[in-house]
Design a protein around this ligand. Structure first.
Ligand SMILES: [Zn+2]
Length: 283
């Protein structure tokens, strides 16, 4: 059930996508404007401006036009603590977007194996997921989403290639950021970051379920099943964690996502229309 605020607001710049540098810059500009109006004109006019401006920031994400273009640069040029605002997102070591359970190799061989197994069906220029497989996969996702983190981690470990270990990293427990986001980190157990794959919870649910469904319904070897889990995510039509419908959209943070690395290149992504879970990032 969406609240009235949620139905009015502009999702591109509010909620999880709100850009805190933009918000802070706008709040400061609004405050200066109100003080100026109160001094030169009238207090009631300043109060009205304050209310309207604050509402604009709340609903649209920002008040001053083109804020997303200048605020990140402005904020990054400011000294000290203020510029920490933009590090509200990234978890140390976490990637911008979820990675995958399997290695990313063998793209065409993976597709060929899925076609061979009848999981994916080719029709002219396009390929689609076989209906029974989709239903079975969705049932596995429903089952897995109800598990707690440890239960999901155990299932992920069983689905991962042999010898991999899974750690649940919860940054908010370590006091790094005050946000409830967990990462499922699949690695070889050494502390070498090059061997780590970081999965969000929705992706961990989707990929674990995909591997289990492949194990049930095909004779693909375990390594191939793990490799196929990532590509299969592109076929998701329902959200692994809330059943919302999956849509193609852009991941548009004002600062180009966590860390502010790519202001001009929003990623094309598959994301849940209800809970905003990002499910696939197109390269
Ligand atoms: Zn969802």
């Amino acid at each position: 059930m969406r609240s009235r605020y949620e139905s009015l607001r502009n999702d591109e710049h509010t909620g999880e996508r709100r850009c805190w540098p933009c918000t802070a810059v706008n709040a400061a500009i609004l405050l200066f404007a109100c003080v100026g109006v109160a001094r030169r004109r009238s207090r009631s006019l300043a109060a009205a401006l304050g209310v309207v401006g604050a509402a604009a920031i709340a609903f649209r994400g920002y008040l001053v036009p083109y804020t997303p273009r200048f605020a990140p640069r402005l904020v990054s040029a400011l000294p000290g603590e203020f510029s920490l605002g933009k590090s509200g997102g990234p978890t140390p070591g976490a990637p911008d977007a979820s990675e995958s359970l399997g290695d990313s190799g063998g793209g065409e061989a993976v597709l060929a194996a899925l076609l061979d197994a009848g999981v994916v069906i080719a029709a002219g220029e396009t390929v689609y997921l076989e209906d029974d497989f989709r239903e079975a996969w969705r049932a596995e996702m429903r089952n897995l989403r109800n598990r707690d983190d440890d239960g999901l981690a155990a299932a992920l470990r069983a689905a991962a290639p042999e010898g991999r270990v899974v750690d649940v990293v919860n940054p908010s427990e370590n006091g790094w950021i005050e946000r409830d986001d967990r990462w499922f980190v699949v690695s070889d157990g050494s502390d070498d970051p090059a061997t780590e794959n970081w999965l969000t919870r929705p992706v961990a649910v989707a990929e674990t379920a995909a591997v289990r469904t492949l194990a049930d319904r095909t004779d693909l070897p375990a390594s191939r099943r793990a490799q196929a889990a990532g590509p299969l995510r592109t076929f998701l039509e329902r959200c692994p964690v809330c059943d919302g419908s999956v849509e193609e959209t852009t991941a548009m943070d004002c600062c180009g996502g966590p860390g502010g690395t790519r202001p001009d290149a929003p990623d094309e992504v598959l994301a849940c229309g209800d809970c905003d879970a990002r499910l696939h990032t197109f390269q």
